[in-house]
Design a protein around this ligand. Structure first.
Ligand code: SAH
Ligand code: SF4
Length: 371
């Protein structure tokens, strides 16, 4: 065995002994570049997933309800300064229709995601929708929100109206890098504080980062995993950064528009999933759509590297093309029924089952709230 393979097996033995992985261990795993070493990493992560959360995949049907956004993140295609984005806002009826469709398909849960708005009209609008969905689905549909930074009162009102999980990516746990990715009126500290507010309001809290950002180092990604651990996060939604040409960050990106770059970007995304599974064990980890943007089987590869959640797009087809956080977003020409059939085949193809009709909450949440 060469030096790297020996280091890998030493770290995997540490995992078996349930020892905490240190920053150096995480960096070593994320830096693996030999095919066989990487395969061994994925297999170890899959075995850990099997032991901790099982091999049932849970669905969260994602409704991308509006691309109107007050913020101007340098990487995102729907930032407010992108004048080329055609703005849309789904009506209450359309949103509830997509939620009820997901419920009838036995998806178990949905995610409501959009650009960030904090005005009272929007806060009331979301509250009203949550109340209606709860009535129409007998409170049986699990609801995750991904609607950005809000006040404690707003988080609490939405929680009381029926949402029980919230996804707010920290984007990077490195304050210096965060600063380079956002205008000066966006604040790392505020975003961090929102994660605490969400927890106080009672939510299962999800966060995540973008992987392969310009200026980002492997050590920073290792720190991101330690950040998830330190903040006792219940669910992780992270994925490769993908260039959007109409954004300021595009000029710094080497671009994942050629085959080799795409492969490396996908590989780093998968390694992050695997290493996060080994370090955090019993959390929910999503195989995000950005993986699929880089590879036709990206999400299945994500499941095989340790993820256990998939977020099928249930947004009305007519809005999909306008919600482009990044380019080459997959499935914008498909409708929700096509996505359902396609996913069913893909998941049974890798020998996993779908947890239809189940919320599939993070076992970590129950472990931490029982303490
Ligand atoms: N406005 C909310 C939710 C919508 S954006 C928020 O920002 O929290 C959801 C996620 O899309 C962001 O957290 C970010 O991580 C991701 N995203 C934005 N632009 C991206 C890009 N170019 N590549 C990959 N992911 C991106
Ligand atoms: Fe708006 Fe979220 Fe995009 Fe930032 S990442 S510009 S907050 S939609």
């Amino acid at each position: 065995m060469n030096e790297v393979a020996i280091a890998l097996s030493t770290i995997l033995e540490k995992v078996e002994r349930q020892e905490e992985l240190q920053r150096d261990d995480l960096s070593t795993l994320l830096s693996l570049n030999e095919k066989t070493d990487i395969e061994n990493l994925y297999q170890a992560a899959y075995a850990m997933k099997d032991r901790t959360v099982g091999t049932t995949v849970y669905f969260r049907g994602i409704i991308e309800l509006s691309n109107v956004c007050e913020k101007d993140c340098y990487y995102c295609g729907i930032r407010k300064s992108n004048v080329h984005a055609t703005r849309f806002q789904m009506t209450e009826e359309e949103i509830v229709h997509a939620a009820v469709w997901s419920y009838e398909q036995n998806y178990g849960s949905i995610v409501l995601q959009s650009g960030e708005r904090r005005d009272p009209h929007f806060v009331d609008f979301i509250e009203g929708i949550l109340t209606t969905i709860r009535e129409r689905c007998d409170g049986e549909l699990g609801i995750t929100l991904s609607l950005g930074e809000q006040s404690y009162d707003t988080y609490k009102r939405w929680f009381d109206a029926g949402a029980h999980r919230y996804l707010l990516r920290i984007e990077t746990s490195n304050p210096g890098l965060y600063k380079r990715l956002h205008p000066s009126d966006h604040s790392f500290e505020v975003r961090l504080e929102c994660l605490d507010l969400l927890r106080k309001a009672g939510y299962q809290v999800g966060t995540g980062v973008m992987i392969g950002l310009p200026f980002q180092t492997i050590e920073q990604l290792a720190d991101d995993i330690l950040f998830f651990k330190r903040h006792d996060i219940d669910m992780i939604g992270m994925g490769p950064y993908i260039v959007h040409e109409e954004t300021p960050l595009a000029q710094y990106a080497s671009g994942n528009d050629n085959g080799q770059e795409q492969e490396l970007s996908l590989e780093l995304g998968l390694k992050m999933i695997a290493v996060t599974r080994l370090a955090l064990r019993d959390v929910n980890i999503a195989a995000t759509t950005a993986l699929q943007a880089l590879h036709a089987q990206g999400r299945e590869l994500g499941l095989q590297a340790g993820a256990n959640i998939i977020m099928p797009n249930v947004t009305d087809q007519k809005y999909r093309a306008a919600y482009q956080l990044y380019q080459n977003k997959p499935c914008i020409d498909e409708n929700s029924s096509m996505c359902r059939a396609c996913l069913g085949h893909r998941i049974s193809g890798i020998g996993e089952t779908i947890g239809y009709g189940k919320w599939g909450d993070s076992p970590h949440f129950f472990a931490r709230t029982q303490l």
